[in-house]
Design a protein around this ligand. Sequence first.
Ligand SMILES: C[S@@+](CC[C@H](N)C(=O)[O-])C[C@H]1O[C@@H](n2cnc3c(N)ncnc32)[C@H](O)[C@@H]1O
Length: 209
Amino acid sequence: MHHLTDEEEFGKRLMEEERRSWQNPEKILSEIGLEDRVRKRHTFNVADLGCGPGFFTIPISRLIGNRGVVYAVDWSEVMIRQLRNNLANLAKETMKNVVITLADLSVGIPSIPKGNVDLVLFANIFHDITDKGVFLNEVKRISRSEDSLIVDIDWQKRNMAIGPPVEMRLGEREAKEILENSGLTVVRKIDAGPYHYGLVLGNKKETKS
Ligand SMILES: C[S@@+](CC[C@H](N)C(=O)[O-])C[C@H]1O[C@@H](n2cnc3c(N)ncnc32)[C@H](O)[C@@H]1O
């Protein structure tokens, strides 16, 4: 009998049904306004950075359908294996639009082409990224245009019974400052449930003088 490693346990926990009571991915996607956006576009690609076993990847994939691809990026082979299994279990709906990408986000995502992505999502991951400068340059590089969506969802920085230790978290104000220092702008905030904040960002390209 195979005993699960801590990471395997964690990956399983990320997909537990109970999580949906305090972080509902479909509701968050609707807060983002994804469906309306997708409907208006011929092509719509998404990057789910630090995708884990696919808690957001799967509902995004469903929503995108044949309009585009979902780049599901993670550096963990364990998480990627779980993602593959979770997708395979949905074989009937075949999530053929998911492009699985093994990469360290603090180094780069060279396999995603420049200007290719209409929504970049990073959920429960930004606090963990060691080189946020490199990461945000990649976010900007892969974003298609000024109108592309960039969304950061992360844990509120306060004590609670679930989630990472408070000292590892990045509070909303601090996150906003780092994001805005990199040239992104917080356009609006979304309701991301009782334990999280959600920031929708714009990527204003510098105007040439
Ligand atoms: C807390 S989980 C969140 C997963 C998913 N976004 C969700 O909300 O369910 C964070 C994920 O980010 C991945 N991760 C952490 N640091 C990373 C890095 N530098 N590059 C790529 N993936 C990373 C981890 O392997 C893990 O799967």
